[in-house]
Ligand binder design. Structure first.
Ligand code: IDP
Ligand code: MG
Length: 142
């Protein structure tokens, strides 16, 4: 038996700009997870530095932060048993060139020759990061 989990999903600015939000949400719902919060917003650097705290200082972090703040994104909280692991599975590998066909990143992502790695979606990677990220993006939920 597992307890019901929540995960933070972001449709990143590349996914939003390419009108892929609906297809990402459709896959989440088709898998059986419930959408419990959703907002279109543009992230500022302060929020991104907290969201991606583990990556600050990496050579590609500034490029990632520039990309993630380049335009609107869709922040979503999903819910369901093992949805953290389940959404990571739907998303596929970080590098969209290597992500398996059938996954969100594998089907919709590619290398565009940029410093950052636009890969359509973010998904929390564990129970603790999910709680932390949901608290950052949707403080009224925690
Ligand atoms: P994840 O999103 O699959 O959890 P992380 O390693 O947590 O991957 O990295 C966060 C995000 O940073 C990735 O989704 C990707 O957009 C970007 N990223 C990761 N590694 C690189 C890299 O080597 N170069 C450029 N961007 C990267
Ligand atoms: Mg990560």
């Amino acid at each position: 038996m597992t307890t019901i989990e929540r995960s933070l999903v972001l449709v990143k600015p590349d996914g939003y700009d390419r009108r892929l939000t609906g297809q990402v949400l459709a896959r989440i719902e088709a898998k059986g997870y419930r959408i419990v919060a959703l907002e279109v917003r543009t992230a500022d650097r302060e929020l991104l530095d907290e969201h991606y705290a583990e990556h600050i200082g990496k050579v590609w972090y500034n490029g990632l932060a520039d990309f993630m703040s380049s335009g609107p994104l869709v922040a979503v909280v999903i819910e369901g048993h093992r949805c953290i692991e389940g959404f990571r599975s739907l998303a596929g590998a970080t590098d969209p060139t290597k992500a398996a066909p059938g996954t969100i990143r594998g089907d919709f992502g590619r290398d565009w020759g940029t410093d950052a790695q636009p890969n359509i979606v973010h998904g929390s990677d564990g129970v603790e990061s999910a709680a932390r990220e949901i608290g950052l993006w949707f403080p009224h939920l925690s």
